[in-house]
Design a protein around this ligand. Structure first.
Ligand code: SF4
Length: 720
């Protein structure tokens, strides 16, 4: 029967039945081969089979349980002719699609090759929890203003590339399902998680992987309880600005997934002419060139337009772009030659606004692949400008320069590395365009304090050496001295940050000089600058006059503020304790710390670490113990820099409680952590006393290691 000979609900029900039958056959076949006890799991998640778990609250760990889960999904496919039943059938089809995908991972299967060295498969399949947490901050800050779910096959390769480019240039996260994955590959379009264009898979059922992202966003950031079906849909409708673009021809299966999407608040836009229409939810737009505008309008997504006069695109989606050696026109590498980036506050009379100067040679003077020096100095002036804002602006350069299509930037200060691609050069990109970007972004973002801005770009080797050693390094040293003297005791106010409330409605960070926001991106200076730029914005001053308990860092002023900013959800917090009234966690924390009872200390895992810990849990599993803006004594999300702070777990004895860290993280914090331990306990090389995965992940072996090293946690007061 042709699609339009059926009612819309019957199309949905038939699609759901089709996916159900495929899941049933797959599960039966797998049970016949492996038995019911065979373990099933997606890699890198603490949420079992996320769509099923999110909507039902039941975790599945074996094939036998998967069969029971399939029976539960079937109860939502009633074929009752009410809209509500259509929505349930849509979500049940997504569950069945998820089951089908899960079977591909059975017995250690690695069905997708996007992250496999040497594979020419560009698809990702399941996205682990760490990736979703990575998306937390850009979703919150609206650097990712929406999520486009593109399904099917575009009429031409060019049309596929154009649509994706239109979204990517707006910072929208794009997921691809179906033949469009191959079309992008054919068109030479660069896809990757880092550049936010993510091919999920060529089969339609792989769309389940983006539904899984939506479900885990609600579980991780929103504190939605697993099993709260209505809460899950309401959260996604209100907070995740996703939409679906489905190319003709539609099938029953696609329409059933579409019903699930609409149930979660994600409108579907299609070019299937003459198809059913549902106002604001199922929209027929035959002209695919209008899909971008129609989709944004349907989801009410407002794009901040950044008009910068450069010959390549500028968008946050390009931030993760990698420029390989063979693709680079030129490289500036501060670890080998003299490079640096610097902001200098000047008197207004000293700055000619929008004056961009390149002093020295430019890209046309160099052969492709050469390495050179670069120093760029951004001069700013304004009556509300303060020298304390210089490093705040400077740390933004990494993001600004990286957002340019075809430019890669790493590091900061005099340890920067900038690569400009051959493609960008061919498009007309020259050094002055770095200046245009820095100028435009500084003026856009900091207009409240910057009245005038000019950029000087030096490439002459002698001048670069002079600028680096005689101007930049002394400036950095002076700033570091000031930062070192910044303690919680030395300031009169702390700052709240509620940026994450877009996704974690009751979460409040209290940012102090010695405790940065748990995302790692908001220091006390950042919060101060945010407050001065936008006094009614997300960062508010918190006085600290009424001390309740100095030991745990509890203040009446802070409690009042968190009560107000969490709309009553939070009563009181301490700043320095993990056990008593700890600060809440939203979900985008860089690290998670949890108590380790055998050693009387804590283990910390960072987001990048995927292995096990002595707590018997991975980062994802540990992270799932907290989040969503609730207090969880014994667990705490935090930024990396907080690990070496003298205020880290001060109430429980300080950094001496740290008994285990992933090796990479240990190396990152080694210098500062050793210094803190020396100051606090007069211990030399404290990091050598801390376990890591190369030593052990077994709690008993860890205690033996700590005992051998004489680790201080073993003799501290019991934590519990
Ligand atoms: S400081 Fe806290 S609330 Fe603010 S963006 Fe970072 S994690 Fe979110």
């Amino acid at each position: 029967m042709a699609l339009m000979d059926k009612t819309l609900l019957n199309i949905v029900f038939d699609g759901a039945d089709e996916v159900y039958a495929r899941a049933e056959a797959g599960i039966n076949e797998a049970i016949a081969k492996y038995g019911e006890e065979k373990a099933v799991a997606f890699p890198g998640t603490a949420y079992s089979i996320p769509i099923y778990y999110g909507f039902t609250g039941t975790k599945v760990s074996t094939l036998g349980e998967l069969k029971e889960a399939l029976a539960v999904a079937k109860t939502h496919m009633t074929r009752d002719k009410r809209l509500h039943n259509g929505f349930h059938a849509g979500i049940a089809s997504a569950m069945c699609a998820e089951f089908c995908e899960l079977l591909k991972y059975l017995d250690g299967g690695a069905p997708y090759g996007a992250e496999v060295e040497g594979s020419d498969d560009i698809c990702y399949g399941f996205l682990d929890d760490a990736k979703i947490r990575e998306l937390g901050v850009p979703l919150v800050t609206q650097d990712i203003p929406g999520v486009a779910v593109i399904i099917g096959k575009a009429p031409t390769v060019q049309a596929a590339c154009d649509l994706v480019k239109s979204y990517q240039s707006q910072g929208i996260l794009v997921t691809l399902t179906g033949d469009i994955c191959d079309q992008l590959k054919e068109g030479g379009y660069k896809t990757s998680f880092a550049t936010r264009v993510i091919p999920l898979g060529k089969e339609m059922q792989t769309v389940a992987h983006v539904v899984s992202v939506a479900v885990r966003t609600a579980l991780i950031f929103g504190n939605i309880s697993a099993g709260d079906w209505d809460g899950m849909c309401a959260y996604n409708m209100a907070r995740l600005f996703a939409f679906v673009n489905a190319y003709t021809p539609l099938t029953e299966e696609i329409v059933s997934y579409g019903a699930g999407a609409i149930a979660m608040g994600f409108p579907v836009i299609t070019n299937e002419e003459g198809f059913y229409r549902v106002p604001k939810s199922l929209i027929v737009q035959p002209d695919i060139e209008k899909w971008n505008a129609t989709s944004l309008d349907a989801r009410n997504i407002k794009i901040k337009i950044t008009n910068i006069d450069i010959p390549v695109a500028f968008a946050s989606a390009f931030e993760g772009e990698i420029i390989r050696k063979g693709d680079m026109q030129v490289e500036f590498d501060g670890s080998r030659v003299d490079c640096c980036e610097l902001v200098q506050m000047k008197e207004p009379s000293e700055v000619e606004d929008h004056n961009i100067e390149v002093i020295g040679q430019d890209l046309d003077d160099w052969a492709p692949g050469e390495k050179h020096q670069i120093v760029y100095v951004v001069e700013v002036a304004g009556k509300n400008m303060q020298a304390d804002f210089e490093p705040v602006f400077e740390r933004k350069f990494h993001s600004y320069v990286n957002c340019i299509e075809g430019i890669m930037h790493t590091g900061q200060r005099d340890m920067i590395r900038v690569r400009i691609s051959k493609d960008a050069y061919a498009a007309g990109f020259r050094l002055k365009h770095i200046g245009e970007v820095l100028y435009a972004q500084i003026k856009n973002e900091f207009e409240a304090v910057v009245d005038k801005c000019a950029v000087k770009i030096y490439t002459d080797p002698e001048t670069c050496t002079k600028m680096r050693h005689e101007v930049a390094i002394p400036t950095f040293d002076k700033r570091d001295e000031r930062l070192a003297s910044m303690t919680d005791e030395a300031v009169d106010v702390y700052y709240s940050c509620i940026m994450c409330q877009a996704f974690s409605p009751s979460h409040v960070c209290v940012v102090t000089p010695e405790r940065l926001g748990l995302c790692g991106a908001v220091s006390w200076f950042d919060a101060k600058a945010t407050n001065e730029l936008d006094p009614a914005g997300p960062c508010q001053k918190i006085t600290k006059e009424r001390v309740i308990d100095e030991r745990i860092g509890e203040y009446e002023d802070v409690n009042e503020a968190v009560r107000q900013f969490s709309q009553g959800a939070l009563e009181d917090v301490s700043l320095y304790s993990i056990m008593e009234k700890p600060m809440t966690s939203c979900g985008c924390f860089e690290c998670i710390c949890g108590i380790e009872p055998f050693s009387n200390g804590v283990c910390i895992a960072n987001r990048e670490y995927t292995g096990g810990t002595p707590l018997g849990m991975t980062f994802s599993e540990l992270a799932s113990m907290t989040g969503g803006g609730v207090q969880t004594p014994g667990f705490m999300g935090h930024g990396k820099h907080f690990i070496s702070s003298k205020k880290f777990m001060k109430a429980e004895g300080g950094v001496g409680r740290i008994v285990w860290l992933p090796k990479d993280l240990k190396e990152q914090v080694r210098e500062n952590l050793n210094k803190t331990a020396k100051d606090l306990y007069d211990i030399d090389n404290f990091c050598d006393m801390i376990g890591d995965e190369t030593i052990t992940t077994d709690p008993e072996e860890l205690v033996a290691f700590l005992t051998e090293k004489g680790h201080p946690a073993l003799t501290m007061d019991p934590m519990m």
